[in-house]
Design a protein around this ligand. Structure first.
Ligand code: GRF
Length: 190
């Protein structure tokens, strides 16, 4: 039987440029991949990642409005589309515990720091200001508490003296693009 039948159906939530979405998609095209990107959802119609998903003919939806309206609409769509795993890739809303519990599928997020350090925004500048020798990225399960769910995988990145927030963010983003698809693929294998 063709492996395609066993590929897990992934939904990706985005709010911005979607470079992680692109890396997830690129990996999904590999023969060895255990998942396929079935649906992309944005809470912002101007999210650049939507240009990519539409170009690739991935089913793409924009849902405007507050969190409650967003969650209500997308809940039914995720169930109807029989999504196996939800990935948050630069998605800027914090999902409610009610939504997370009721959805009953794994939800994972990529965060640009070595959690539990530097939850939230502005992670690179804070790591530099604290004279950290390393930062990096983390893939973790999503709970209603911001960036606090169980850690699945991490990748370390060295902070050099000459680094600023921008150069560090670029280096870490490159690591994100490897870590996120590889981690998702491992989860999908099990
Ligand atoms: C990434 O740094 C990710 O870790 C964070 O938001 C950023 C999203 O970038 N959660 P992109 O939209 O995937 O390019």
């Amino acid at each position: 039987m063709e492996k395609l039948n066993f590929k897990k159906k992934i939904c990706v939530f985005i709010s911005g440029k979607g470079s992680n979405l692109q890396s997830l998609y690129k990996y999904s095209l590999l023969k060895k991949s255990n998942y396929k990107i079935h649906l992309v959802v944005s809470d912002k119609h101007e999210a650049k990642g939507l240009i990519f998903s539409k170009n690739k003919k991935i089913k793409s939806i924009v849902i405007n409005g507050n969190k409650e309206a967003f969650e209500k609409k997308i809940f039914h769509i995720i169930k109807k589309e029989k999504i196996d795993i939800l990935c948050l890739a630069g998605f800027m809303k914090i999902l409610s515990s009610n939504f997370i519990t009721k959805l009953k599928i794994p939800i994972i997020n990529i965060h640009p720091s070595l959690l539990p350090k530097y939850k939230g925004l502005n992670t690179h500048q804070r790591a530099i200001d604290n004279n950290e020798k390393f930062s990096g990225c983390t893939v973790h399960y999503v709970t209603e508490k911001l960036d606090s769910g169980k850690i699945i995988s991490q990748k370390k990145v060295k902070i050099l003296k000459k680094d600023n927030a921008l150069s560090l963010s670029k280096k870490i983003l490159r690591s994100e693009h490897k870590l996120f698809p590889e981690t998702l693929d491992k989860i999908c294998k099990n």
